[in-house]
Design a binder for this molecule. Structure first.
Ligand SMILES: NC(=O)c1ccc[n+]([C@@H]2O[C@H](COP(=O)([O-])OP(=O)(O)OC[C@H]3O[C@@H](n4cnc5c(N)ncnc54)[C@H](OP(=O)(O)O)[C@@H]3O)[C@@H](O)[C@H]2O)c1
Length: 240
């Protein structure tokens, strides 16, 4: 096996993990997918290993010598059992330790567009902390600060489809906030560059599409000509 084409993906059964994993497999990479126990059957493009904490001892020998680890575990909503600190920060620390034990020199991480040290929202703060762990790890890194990633079955589109079926689409807040959606196929191409090219070494890069749109516009274009009620709701509303 050509080691420079052997990669490990955490969160391999998530939206980005599945799409990038498939693309890498098709493009000659040997992909090892790490998934939580019970989710082993959800992917068919990679050799799958189950791991809940990414710190199990038996994991190291199974991924040793891979050329890069693509760390795609993350969560944008928190619960009592699974908060941002636990998922976005602590698991990143475990992944860094795992890379070192398994002699994987390169880590690629998806952070959020706009994350910086003055972030005030919990999700952004946790992404910033995860970035800092990676930057100070001594590993070669590419941190990609992503805007919304779209593609077949992306979580936002699925959510909007669900709301359209019910006949009413919610827009949290004013809807005037803007984002730069990027297609997941383009994200996959950037991943290959991040793995292969020295110019992506030890860099933090924005990962955004060519067009800036407001959420209002995005939703209206998504709905198209269908007659659907649009309702503005408070940001903290949980039902959208
Ligand atoms: N999609 C976007 O627009 C976007 C934008 C900016 C940044 N990002 C970041 O990109 C990464 C991938 O996003 P995505 O859209 O693919 O998200 P996703 O579909 O929700 O996938 C997240 C992955 O993380 C895993 N995960 C969550 N909590 C975990 C835990 N406690 N232990 C182990 N695994 C856990 C999930 O595993 P299970 O399947 O077992 O739940 C899933 O595989 C995330 O870090 C996200 O924050 C995404």
């Amino acid at each position: 096996m050509n080691q420079s084409r052997s990669v490990v993906i955490t969160g391999a059964n998530g939206f980005v993990g599945k799409n990038v994993g498939k693309f890498l497999s098709k493009n000659g990479f040997h992909v090892i997918g790490l998934v939580r126990k019970g989710n082993e059957k959800s992917i068919n493009f990679a050799r799958v290993i189950s791991s809940d904490t990414l710190s199990e001892n038996n994991l190291v020998s199974k991924i040793k010598g891979s050329s890069a680890l693509l760390h795609f575990i993350g969560q944008g909503r928190q619960t009592i059992d699974s908060d941002y600190e636990k998922v976005n920060v602590s698991l990143t620390k475990n992944v860094i330790k795992l890379c070192k034990k398994a002699r994987i020199k390169k880590i690629i991480y998806i952070s959020g567009l706009g994350v910086d040290k003055s972030s005030t929202l919990g999700y952004f703060i946790s992404k910033y902390k995860a970035e800092q762990e990676i930057i100070h790890s001594g590993l070669d890194y590419t941190i990609l600060r992503a805007s919304y990633i779209i593609g077949k079955d992306d979580p936002l589109s699925k959510n909007l489809q669900r709301q359209i079926k019910k006949g009413k689409v919610m827009i949290p807040g004013s809807g005037n906030y803007r984002f730069q959606p990027i297609f997941v196929g383009d994200v996959a191409k950037v991943m290959i560059k991040s793995i292969m090219e020295n110019s992506f070494s030890n860099k933090i890069l924005d990962l955004a599409g060519p067009q800036t749109v407001s959420y209002n516009t995005f939703v209206r274009q998504f709905i198209g000509v269908k007659k659907i009620e649009i309702k503005k709701i408070d940001f903290k509303h949980n039902d959208w």
